[in-house]
Design a protein around this ligand. Structure first.
Ligand code: NAD
Length: 271
């Protein structure tokens, strides 16, 4: 589905970004992987078949020159302009005051870290990918990563703590609007800008928040899912990204595709 395309994936060393990189390569794209975890990137490149299929570059999405260089490296590596940007890198802080789960009163720097990475990092990714795609003049596609936390203050599926902080929720709500604004700004250049909004997905991020192994995380998510027994895996989110990146979605623009087993719709958790 992506034969002949060149893609950049940020936050590609783990979880959803890693799954997107694997799927995009399987579907014929050549991919530039950006992340701050260089060792994990090197391992992944080897698994993906080496530099003909994928290359890695250290990129901290909070740093504009890193994002600019990451985008430029797509054409340098593969001799062809960028077609697809997946702005996936993100962090979630720890909830340290469970009674006030939004942490508006006590965020101690965490708010800034979440906003810098999730919101500013996404804006920089749109900016530099959009510029490169515009200059190449052959359209393109940008996919951001929002969250169920873009829409819900309390994302609990089980009555347990909702695992959300103010910086996370506000930054992910901002990603939905950046997606719409990006779609407006880049439409003349034939560039579509969309997002996915995952529900709880079994990645190292969620495993760490829950304090569980990945296996236990999958079991926990299956037990509490709005669709009984269905745990969302990183591959499920990558499939949504593949759809948005493909010609099947050629009329989809400015849209946030929620992939959450029905949580945002109000379908209750199954426990
Ligand atoms: P993850 O922690 O497994 O992977 C995130 C990756 O981003 C890591 O490899 C990390 O090193 C990288 N990263 C962090 N800060 C970075 C920075 N400044 N520059 C570059 N890379 C950076 O998490 P994940 O669950 O795969 O999350 C991927 C995206 O999906 C994030 O934007 C996250 O907010 C979003 N999301 C995840 C879930 C979920 O339940 N897992 C739900 C909704 C949204």
């Amino acid at each position: 589905m992506l034969s002949g395309k060149v893609a950049v994936v940020t936050g590609a060393a783990s979880g959803i970004g890693e799954a997107a990189a694997r799927l995009f390569v399987k579907e014929g794209a050549r991919v530039v992987l950006g992340d701050i975890q260089e060792e994990r990137l090197a391992k992944l490149i080897a698994e993906l078949g080496g530099p003909r299929a994928a290359v890695a570059r250290r990129c901290d999405v909070r740093e504009e020159q890193d994002v600019q260089a990451l985008v430029a490296s797509a054409e340098e590596a593969f001799g062809q302009p960028l077609d697809i940007m997946v702005a996936n890198a993100g962090i979630v802080g720890r909830t340290t005051c469970p009674e006030a789960r939004m942490e508006l009163m006590d965020f101690e720097g965490q708010f800034d870290r979440e906003v810098q990475t999730n919101l500013r990092g996404t804006a920089l990714s749109i900016k530099h990918a959009g510029r490169a795609m515009k200059a190449a003049g052959r359209g393109g596609c940008i996919i951001n990563v929002a969250s169920v936390a873009s829409f819900m203050a309390n994302c609990s599926t089980s009555g347990d703590p909702a695992l959300i902080t103010a910086g996370y929720g506000a930054s992910k709500a901002g990603v939905v609007m950046l997606t719409k604004l990006g779609a407006c700004e880049l439409r003349d250049a034939g560039i579509r800008v969309n997002a996915v909004a995952p529900g709880y997905t079994a990645t190292p991020m969620v495993a760490q928040v829950l304090g569980m192994s990945i296996e236990d995380t999958i079991a926990y998510l299956a037990k509490t899912s709005p669709l009984p027994g269905v745990a969302i895996l990183p591959e499920d989110i990558a499939q949504g990204m593949l759809y948005l990146a493909s010609d099947m979605a050629r009329c989809v623009n400015g849209h946030t595709l929620v992939i959450d087993c029905g949580l945002v719709a109000g379908v209750p958790g199954s426990r």
